[in-house]
Design a binder for this molecule. Structure first.
Ligand SMILES: [Zn+2]
Length: 483
């Protein structure tokens, strides 16, 4: 696995990481005194206490300084949210956090929708139990991402039903199998995460291992009634994975959307994650949206941030998301059929003004590329070399020697002056392949990245683009002996 550079490491964050490790170690010692057969109540209390200490230590570690760029709904934004209980309706509460835990109270027990991040479960549970500590009879999980299922093991009592999409187990499997790989990528983008070897590794905190007792298929509905309230769990694939499910309360016309719309509503969805997950299917998403539009929700309660109220506004926004995805899909397909390259289409396809949506989470040009890849695979019929395991970067160092460093830097400088920043970055990759520590090339790379970062912050404000550019800037600074 590629080890990633941690930009905070040179700004006194080492002390924080050590503090974190000490807090974890001391609570682990306490933990080990209780074996698995210790009284379950006692064990559970110890587990929750452990979670709380680790969670607090992790939160203290989060010192973003001015590096914590945030847009509405960004990871930085979410992790700064305090844990508190808010009320949606007479019978509905949610505990805020990185991921919300929603609790629907009935006379025969409570139903949970999503269970948040494991590091926050102790605080969120305490807050919700203060509202009602009746038994939780059903836990509905919107999908298998860690910020939605982290608390499930702590909340699940012996006979509680766990309801999820039928693809939930498969999505958990692949995310578990690729966890070390994806952890490295996530930490590149979210450098405040502890390093893989420093992460708290306790069974209850580990990702995965949640087995639904009831599953629902694509566009299928599972209904149950509890304390006179009707609940409908609907399989809605295509948004944040193949295993998305939403919860619908028909009597109150409230939709619990999980991540179906992403971390904010409305926005252009993340049809593709640049951090690296399986491609999501755009036309399945459109079909899921068609189904949700028919419900005519009056309130949407997402599993991140706060609810949206108002049937006409919700309908208009859902329609806009639906039409935007359809538009990008159809334009990509038309472009493929007319013989255009993926890069042409990434440049050309823009949302028309009436479908304009924020792109700080999902991005139109990346969606174009992922739709292309989803339909056509990796071979683009552009070059013979695509077929063989010898990337163009393997001749960069030789090219650089032939061209000479001075000419390459002049070329890069020219591109930079002409506003062609990405071309400048290409040339600098060639130059740096021959001489990775070349100060002139690194300085130009720094300038080019700063131009891109400025453009990103003043343009689409896409969180993942910003996080990546910040990571590369920190990496360049380190190579220059700065930072
Ligand atoms: Zn989420």
């Amino acid at each position: 696995m590629k080890r990633t550079y941690f930009p905070g490491a040179e700004r006194g964050a080492i002390g924080k990481v050590l503090g974190f490790a000490v807090a974890v170690a001391s609570v682990l010692a306490l933990w080990l005194l209780l074996d698995d057969d210790a009284g379950s109540g006692l064990k559970k209390q110890a587990q929750l206490k452990t979670m709380e200490v680790i969670g607090d230590a992790a939160t203290r570690r989060l010192d973003f300084g001015d590096e914590g760029e945030s847009t509405h709904g960004s990871a930085v934004d979410l992790i700064k949210r305090p844990v508190e209980v808010r009320q949606v309706a007479e019978n509905i509460y949610y505990a805020t956090g990185v991921g919300n835990i929603i609790m629907i109270v009935t006379e025969q027990g409570n139903v949970l929708f999503d269970t948040g991040l494991v590091l926050q479960v102790a605080k969120q549970m305490k807050a919700l139990k203060a509202v009602s500590d009746a038994a939780v009879t059903h836990i509905v999980l919107s999908h298998s991402h860690a910020d939605h299922i982290g608390g499930a093991k702590f909340w699940a009592e012996q006979d509680a039903q766990i309801i999820a999409h039928e693809q939930f187990t498969e999505e958990q499997r692949y995310l578990s199998e690729l966890e070390p790989y994806q952890y490295g990528r996530n930490r590149t983008l979210f450098p405040w995460m502890p390093a893989w070897e420093d992460r708290p590794d306790i069974a209850m905190m580990r990702y995965g291992g949640i087995e639904p007792t009831i599953t629902v298929g694509d566009w299928q509905t599972y209904s149950f009634t509890l304390g006179g309230v009707e609940f409908q769990v609907i399989g809605t694939p295509g948004a944040e994975g193949a295993d998305n499910a939403v919860l619908w309360l028909p009597a109150q016309k409230i939709l619990f959307s999980g991540d179906f719309f992403g971390p904010q509503f409305p926005q252009f969805p993340n049809v593709f994650t640049m951090r690296g997950e399986k491609i999501r299917k755009p036309m399945e998403y459109v079909k899921s949206l068609d189904l949700l539009l028919q419900l005519e929700p009056e309130i949407v309660v997402p599993s991140h941030l706060d609810p949206t109220v108002g049937a006409s506004r919700i309908k208009a926004d859902m329609q806009k998301i639906r039409d935007a995805v359809q538009y990008v899909h159809d334009a990509t397909v038309a472009g493929m059929n007319s013989g255009k390259t993926v890069y042409q289409l990434m440049r050309e396809i823009k949302l028309p003004p009436e479908l304009d949506l924020v792109q700080n989470h999902g991005r139109v040009d990346w969606a174009v590329r992922s739709i292309w890849d989803y339909y056509a695979g990796w071979f683009h019929f552009d070059s013979t070399t695509e077929l063989y395991p010898v990337p163009v970067s393997e001749v960069y160092a030789d090219l650089a020697r032939v061209a000479g460093n001075e000419s390459l830097l002049a070329l890069a400088q020219g591109y930079l002056n002409g506003g062609e920043t990405v071309k400048a970055l290409h040339v600098l990759e060639v130059a740096l392949a021959a001489d990775p520590a070349n100060t002139g090339a690194l300085r130009l790379r720094q300038q080019a990245l700063e131009v891109q970062l400025d453009a990103a912050k003043n343009g689409l404000r896409n969180d993942y683009e910003i996080y990546w550019l910040q990571y590369r800037l920190a990496d360049t600074a380190q190579k220059l002996g700065e930072g």
